[in-house]
Design a protein around this ligand. Structure first.
Ligand code: 13P
Length: 249
């Protein structure tokens, strides 16, 4: 059975001081849980702080929000997968919509980053999702599956089976506008089918998260859907008490 996954993407919020205070407050009210997993994605500067704070909690993990696809070198301002690992991260978001649409990251770059993550022993969380215009043009599935296939290109089946995926419709991110649980689930079904085509029955065990204006009130409804295995939360993960309420959903 897949454990539901609650992932917090803090984006460019919570530097080390705030991150430390957040985790302290969160841990005080969130005893160890066997039936769910929580993953924090702080900014790179706060990763070590959070990783150290949750070290004794196997139900909690930490990831970075982005990596460069090279392991080291003259890439000013970038962080590599081995460095993220060294800092205490076990996961990495790849191809988040802000990376794709604010920083112009291509499908191919996301594929290179997935490979870099796997080389370093990090679990990639490949994010896919369509723009509003693409949804309105009836291109949702085509866009999502194109991003998916580019993200896993060249990988062996066991590598894909060890990854996580996140469907985040771009129009639902930070807008307060969530996909209905049924609409989200329909895209998850298409993602599952594409994974099944690629890696067979192992696809059934791969977690597919939903993200985009997830809140305390809609999280239980989304998680009740057959193919939604977890949530990837931005704004509503920034407050320790609010996040606690979501992960207890
Ligand atoms: P919001 O929850 O703020 O819409 O952000 C979603 C997201 O981008 C998570 O990665």
């Amino acid at each position: 059975m897949k454990l539901p996954i609650f992932a917090a993407n803090w984006k460019m919020n919570h530097g080390p001081t705030d991150a430390r205070a957040f985790v302290k407050s969160f841990l005080a009210h969130y005893p160890r849980q066997q039936d769910r997993k929580v993953v924090f994605f702080p900014n790179a500067l706060s990763v070590t702080t959070v990783a150290e704070a949750v070290r004794d909690r196997p139900d909690l993990a930490v990831g970075v929000q982005n990596i460069h696809f090279e392991d080291k070198g003259a890439f000013t301002g970038e962080n590599s997968a081995p460095m993220a690992r060294d800092a205490g991260a076990t996961h990495v978001l790849v191809g988040h919509s802000e990376r794709r649409h604010v920083f112009g990251e291509s499908d191919a770059a996301a594929g290179q980053k997935v490979q870099a993550a796997l080389r370093a022993g990090l679990t990639p969380v490949l994010c896919v999702g369509e723009l509003l215009a693409e949804r309105e043009a009836g291109e949702t599935e085509a866009v999502v599956l194109r991003q998916l296939r580019a993200g896993v290109a060249g990988l062996e089946a066991p590598q894909v089976a060890g990854m996580l995926f996140a469907y985040e419709p771009v129009w639902a991110i930070g807008t307060g506008r969530t996909a209905t649980p049924a609409d989200a689930n329909a895209v998850h079904v298409a993602i599952r089918a594409a994974l099944r085509e690629a890696i067979g029955e192992r696809a059934m065990g791969v977690p597919i998260l939903y993200g985009g204006s997830v809140s305390r009130s809609n999280a239980p409804l989304l998680l009740a859907e057959e193919e939604i295995d977890g949530v990837l939360v931005g704004g509503a993960s920034l407050d320790a008490d609010g996040w606690n309420a979501i992960v207890r959903a």
